[in-house]
Write a protein that binds this ligand. Structure first.
Ligand code: SF4
Ligand code: SF4
Length: 430
């Protein structure tokens, strides 16, 4: 692992430790100690030792001066629903900062490739941005038992994201994805600079026109939501029928695959005209429609949605507590808070593939427990701390296991990478 990956791991451990410590004290301490010892034992490297020592120091300080912990807003107990948003913000900032740091390190690494052997290491986590390569690797693993050694971190992160979705639906999209985070910030900025209230404008239209436009918009929305599944289906079909198993084996050993991250880098840093148009569409969509890219275009989101359908955790409404059913009030705060505009206020369980488990509906509901992300029977509602720990478990602790097993780092040498960078335009596919 490179320095930025260790830093990200350290930060995640601090946040995870904090989540544990801000819960019931004994439970938190036991798990924190067990996790730290496990990680320490697994990854016998001085850098992680230092990181874990820092975590232990912070936790010890928190124990000695419980009232003087930093981030008091993270730790006040019992948890209030509005703290969901704060925990989500912190988690997203942590992941975006980690990805940005890895991006800077990667940029420096590629910059050094021009001059021969680089001294700055390549952060292997950048392989997480190679979802197509990861799908090919998955096929190689399932059909041939092959473990790719050039970009193994890509497959590890794909498995981690799939495991996360199987557990808590599209929480990857709602809590972790840096692209989704960027889209959300861009959308909020556009709304501040250029506020357009479509609902008010629609309401000002004659009734018949208003209804026709609403129906058309709904149909268009449904049609566009299928686009991401179409892209995913095209990719999967390409892998299943267009690439027989033996071709997969040859591809994974080839130079083209070894240079997959460099190809991706060049795609964005030296974009073609078509690429620029595509990027323009993506940016415009993100600015016009909240979660527009996740909702309409992202095949990764489509994959997470399919996996998420099997998750036991769903948003569930308790009609005995909900003001609407229990007291006949006209409440729809959960619906208005939802970035995907899901009508939480009229369903018992949200099955929508567009639910990102963001819990904004939970945070907005004035009645504690009326709406929750929970298992069937509204059991074991997911608290903010538990959600943070699940995320850290899948996105940080799981990769740590792979790292300890020697299944994380790429075995493509820096010299080889420099050669690939020089010949990037002329690499054979197989
Ligand atoms: S239903 Fe709730 S958890 Fe799902 S996307 Fe809407 S606000 Fe987020
Ligand atoms: S915000 Fe809460 S009380 Fe209001 S409709 Fe939604 S679940 Fe019911």
């Amino acid at each position: 692992m490179s320095i930025t990956e260790w830093l990200a791991m350290g930060l995640a451990l601090v946040l995870g430790g904090w989540a544990l410590l801000s819960g019931p004290r004994r439970f938190g301490l036991g798990l924190t100690a067990a996790l730290a010892l496990l990680a320490w034992g697994l990854a016998l490297t001085p850098l992680l030792w230092l990181g874990l020592a820092a975590v232990a120091a912070v936790l010890a300080l928190a124990l000695v001066w419980p009232d003087k912990r930093p981030f008091v807003w993270l730790t006040s107990a019992p948890h209030k629903a509005r703290q969901w948003n704060r925990w989500r913000d912190v988690t997203q900032w942590l992941l975006v900062a980690a990805m940005a740091a890895a991006g800077v390190q990667y940029a420096l690494h590629v910059w050094q490739l021009d001059s021969g052997a680089p001294t700055i290491a390549r952060p292997d986590v950048v392989d997480a941005f190679l979802p197509i390569a990861a799908l090919i690797q998955l096929k190689g693993l399932l059909e041939l038992g092959l473990w790719d050694t050039h970009h193994p971190a890509g497959l590890v992160m794909l498995l981690a994201a799939l495991g996360l979705s199987l557990t808590v639906k599209r929480a990857f999209c709602g809590w972790a994805c840096p692209i989704g985070w960027l889209g959300e910030r861009g959308y909020q900025l556009r709304r501040r600079l250029l506020p357009v209230n479509w609902r008010e404008r629609l309401a000002a239209l004659p009734n018949w026109l208003n209804r026709s436009v609403s129906v058309l918009a709904l149909m268009l929305d449904w049609a566009l939501r299928l686009v991401k599944y179409g892209i995913l289906a095209w990719l999967v079909n390409l892998l299943l029928s267009g690439m027989p198993a033996m071709m997969v084996a040859r591809y994974l050993q080839g130079l083209y695959h070894q240079a997959a991250d460099l190809k991706m880098w060049a795609l964005f840093t030296q974009p073609s005209a078509g690429m620029l148009v595509g990027l323009g569409v993506v940016v415009a969509l993100a600015l016009v429609r909240r979660n527009g890219v996740c909702r309409y275009l992202c095949p990764y989101g489509a994959l997470m949605a399919i996996a998420g359908a099997f998750s036991p955790y769903k948003i569930r409404r308790d009609t005995a507590l909900c003001l609407r059913d229990a007291k006949g009030m006209n409440c729809d705060k959960c619906h208005r808070a939802c970035p995907s505009r899901i009508h939480v206020e009229v369903v018992g369980t949200v099955h929508s593939d567009e639910c990102h488990s963001c819990q904004r509906c939970v945070a907005a509901c004035p009645v504690k427990g009326a709406v929750s992300l929970s298992a069937p029977g509204r059991r074991w509602p997911m608290t903010p701390r538990a959600m943070v720990l699940v995320l850290i478990g899948f996105l940080f602790v799981l990769p740590l296991f792979f790292y300890a097993a020697g299944m994380w780092g790429s075995d493509t040498s820096p010299m080889m990478r420099a050669m690939l960078w020089q010949r990037l335009e002329n690499l054979p596919l197989f």
